[in-house]
Structures are given as structure tokens and as C-alpha cells.
Design a protein around this ligand. Structure first.
Ligand SMILES: C[S@@+](CC[C@H](N)C(=O)[O-])C[C@H]1O[C@@H](n2cnc3c(N)ncnc32)[C@H](O)[C@@H]1O
Length: 198
């Protein structure tokens, strides 16, 4: 099992790019801000919070959540953009999600970081946390591993069919496309999916 906190303290964080995910900025330019609802928005596995700070420009309350205390404390040390906050916790823990409700979840490299055996728990968390009519909006890192090495990870591979099947009990997919903008090295390996909570 990955010790995420230890990876931050050791500096073994190849996912840390120092800026928000380019597909998130692409989403802002292609979609209506109303997509995100009235807030709050949750960013599970927020790392040091670059996406959280980009989302904060929407003016809605944003909560960045991470399992690694070190990531949360680094995220929290940045100057605040607007109404963003951070919490240390486990997105898959039913106790953490109890009583909480969000108009949207932004997914970026949390799904691929979680062991595939726990993906049903990830989907259940999304279903429980997102209000009816709200959205799960994500850039899913589909192919971090080469063919034949899919089970090496994290990160772990995913497919669009798997994602559609995974979320379909609770969500209807509204849109999906391969982003034109990615971090160098991830071009063509990511997919933006927009799912609406039934
Ligand atoms: C690959 S990193 C990506 C971080 C951030 N999204 C980014 O792109 O910089 C995966 C993150 O998910 C966090 N994480 C893994 N499992 C988690 C869980 N069950 N609940 C909350 N965070 C989790 C890790 O601590 C780590 O910060």
C-alpha cells in the first residue's frame, strides 16, 4: 500500500507540476461556470492544491481533501485565492463523508492513485457526496502504464467503458473528450468526463 505522506516528505512526487491541470483550465474555457453549481466543490486527493486554487477563482467554496497530512499543510500554506479550505481525510471512508454534500467533485489523479479494488468505494463516495443534479467532473488519467503493465501502479490505468459502467448506477454521462491541453508527457493519455448525478 502506498504511503502517500511519506512520498511527500521524501520528495517522491512526480505528479507535482507546480500548476493547475491544463485540462481544468480547458474546461473553464469550454463550459458554462454553472456546471459547478452553487458549491461547495470537493477536490479529493488535492495534493498541494493547484487545482483547488484554480477552482477558487469561480468564487464558490472549495474543499481540498487529501490523505497525506504533508500535502494538506503545503496546500494550506499558499496564499488564499478566495473561499478555499483544506482537510486531511480519506475520501473512501464512509465516516468522513457522513452528512457532507457538494454540488460538484473535481477529479484529477485521485482515481488513478487508488487501488482498482477500491474503485467501487470511490464511486459510492461520489454518489453519496454529490447532490442530485450535481456533477462529477474529472480528467481521468487513462493510460499511465504501457500495454501489459496496466496493473503496475499507482497510477493505475482505466478505460472510458469502465468509468461509464462504474458510475452509471448513479450518474448519467453528459460529455467526454480527450483534452487538447495536458501536462507535457500526458498528451493523449487523459480523458475529461462529465457525469451528472441522477
Ligand atoms: C498522484 S497524487 C495527485 C495529487 C494532485 N491531484 C495532483 O495532481 O497534484 C494522488 C493524491 O491522492 C491522495 N490520495 C490517495 N488516496 C486518497 C484517499 N483515499 N483519500 C484522499 N486522498 C487520497 C494522495 O495522498 C495524493 O496526494
Amino acid at each position: 500500500m502506498t504511503d502517500w505522506n511519506e512520498r511527500y516528505t521524501r520528495g517522491d512526487t512526480p505528479w507535482e507540476k507546480g500548476r493547475a491541470a491544463p485540462p481544468l483550465l480547458e474546461l473553464f474555457s469550454r463550459t458554462d461556470p454553472g456546471l459547478w453549481g452553487c458549491g461547495p466543490i470537493l477536490v479529493p486527493g488535492c495534493g498541494t492544491g493547484h487545482d483547488v486554487r484554480a477552482l477558487a477563482t469561480l468564487g464558490l467554496p472549495i474543499l481540498g481533501l487529501d490523505l497525506a497530512e504533508e500535502a494538506v499543510s503545503r496546500a494550506d500554506a499558499y496564499a488564499k485565492v478566495a473561499h478555499e479550505t483544506y482537510a486531511h481525510g480519506d475520501f473512501l471512508d464512509p465516516l468522513w463523508r457522513r452528512g457532507k454534500s457538494f454540488s460538484a467533485i473535481w477529479e484529477h489523479t485521485c482515481y488513478c492513485a487508488i487501488n482498482p479494488a477500491r474503485r467501487p468505494d470511490y464511486a459510492e463516495s461520489c454518489a453519496e457526496l454529490i447532490q442530485s443534479g450535481g456533477h462529477l467532473i474529472g480528467v481521468f488519467y487513462l493510460t499511465p502504464n504501457q500495454p501489459g503493465e496496466e496493473h503496475q501502479g499507482p497510477p493505475f490505468n482505466a478505460t472510458i467503458d469502465e468509468l461509464d459502467a462504474r458510475f452509471s448506477p448513479w450518474f448519467t454521462r453528459e460529455d467526454g473528450w480527450v483534452p487538447e491541453n495536458s501536462y507535457p508527457g500526458r498528451e493523449g493519455q487523459e480523458w475529461i468526463g462529465i457525469y451528472r448525478r441522477k
